[in-house]
Design a protein around this ligand. Structure first.
Ligand code: BTN
Length: 264
């Protein structure tokens, strides 16, 4: 285990929250996937503000049906349930808003230079530091959202080598702190962000998101199911979180769905 290892602990997480009463935090040493667990829970009960955080996942999931790998204690892996009583159609920009909240929390921890790649990759030094998976679920108490967030904290070289994409971690960004404190900071930012999103939607996050977009004004290529479907310059995101790219044929609007963005 890494020398600065401090185990996840619900009482330490609560102690770092201004409003611990707003969350129900549960720590699991090991689980299949914190997001899958919350989705199962939604079938029989209310998952609003329930948080599951795990030391390791045996079946962690990423976007595009990919797996999300970790080593015990070397990542921050958690999911937050939210039942906002909003129509599913307005939830498109939620993963981008959550990206802004994660950046603000990392900045609060003095981790500078964190960027976002549309729709919701968290980058540092052009490498993937983390990811956000937003899933909707129709459960026992109505429409819910499960926000699953994974951040690499201190991966060892064997795990890095097994991941095809360039990855980085918080240790490489100079952060060697307590994951309980970091999770409390992220939940604190999400607490504010979710209320803001419920009230004003993604439009109120747009400027903060653009300021952190790693590929802003860069040539990009958009892929779906392994095929390039568009290429152009990333010029903007609109009020619902769609990416706007300037192509030779005009401005094209792309909604996240199952799209992947690559530098062109
Ligand atoms: C991505 O593909 O970039 C999104 C990755 C999301 C991973 C997190 S880890 C905690 C939560 N549980 C999961 O199974 N996935 C999310």
């Amino acid at each position: 285990m890494n020398p600065e290892f401090i185990a996840l602990d619900a009482s330490r997480i609560d102690a770092g929250l201004f409003h611990p009463e707003r969350f129900r935090v549960e720590v699991q040493p090991t689980i299949d996937s914190t997001s899958s667990a919350l989705k199962r829970r939604a079938e029989t009960g209310d998952i609003d503000r329930a948080v599951i955080v795990a030391e390791t996942q045996s079946a962690g999931r990423g976007r595009h049906g990919r797996s999300w790998v970790d080593q015990p204690g070397r990542s921050l892996l958690f999911s937050l349930g939210w039942q906002p009583a909003l129509d599913a159609s307005v939830l498109a920009g939620l993963s981008l808003a959550a990206g802004v909240a994660v950046c603000l929390a990392l900045e609060e921890q003095d981790i500078a230079g964190v960027r976002l790649k549309w729709p919701n990759d968290v980058l540092h030094n052009h490498c993937k530091l983390g990811g956000i998976l937003v899933e909707t679920v129709t459960g026992a108490t109505g429409l819910g959202v499960v926000l699953g967030i994974g951040l690499n904290v201190s991966l060892d070289t064997s795990l890095r080598a097994s991941i095809a994409a360039p990855v980085t971690d918080l240790a490489a960004a100079g952060w060697h702190g307590d994951r309980n404190v970091l999770l409390a900071a992220i939940l604190g930012q999400l607490d504010v962000a979710l209320e803001r999103f419920r009230r004003d939607g993604f439009r109120s996050f747009r400027a903060e998101w653009l300021a952190r977009h790693a590929l802003q004004q860069r040539n990009v290529r958009i892929w779906r199911d392994g095929q390039e479907i568009a290429a152009g310059r990333a010029i903007d995101v609109d009020a619902d979180g769609a990416l706007l790219i300037q192509t030779t044929a005009g401005v094209r609007r792309l909604l996240s769905g199952e799209l992947t963005l690559r530098a062109g």
